[in-house]
Design a protein. Sequence first.
Length: 132
Amino acid sequence: IFLTPKINQQFEQRKIRSEYLLSILNNLKTDTLTLYMDVQELSENSPDNNERVKKIKQDILKLRYRAKEVEALVGKNQAVQNFESSLDCIKKNLTTDKKQRFYCLMQFTQDAQIISINLAEKSYIKVSDSDK
């Protein structure tokens, strides 16, 4: 009789935690896609480049916050550090080398995928091979 409330409490705690992790995953996915598209649209000698660069810097700031959220859940690890380094790389190359910017963007998407997989594993979400 006394076990039922404790089991229900544990179940509810896991459910709340899983919902929170899913929201972080969704936010990370959305923000990653936004940054990717904004960087792809950055073109040389475009009159709106200054505004686009400003928007990309805001995207990067948002993703830094996401990285801190992930770090709070999974602890400091190499995946989060790599993710932040790839954000630095993108920011550094926004107005310079287009090839380097593209390389940084590809590295960033890989790092974001690794973080997503880490979060999914932390929340006991099955990760299919197509997600890796």
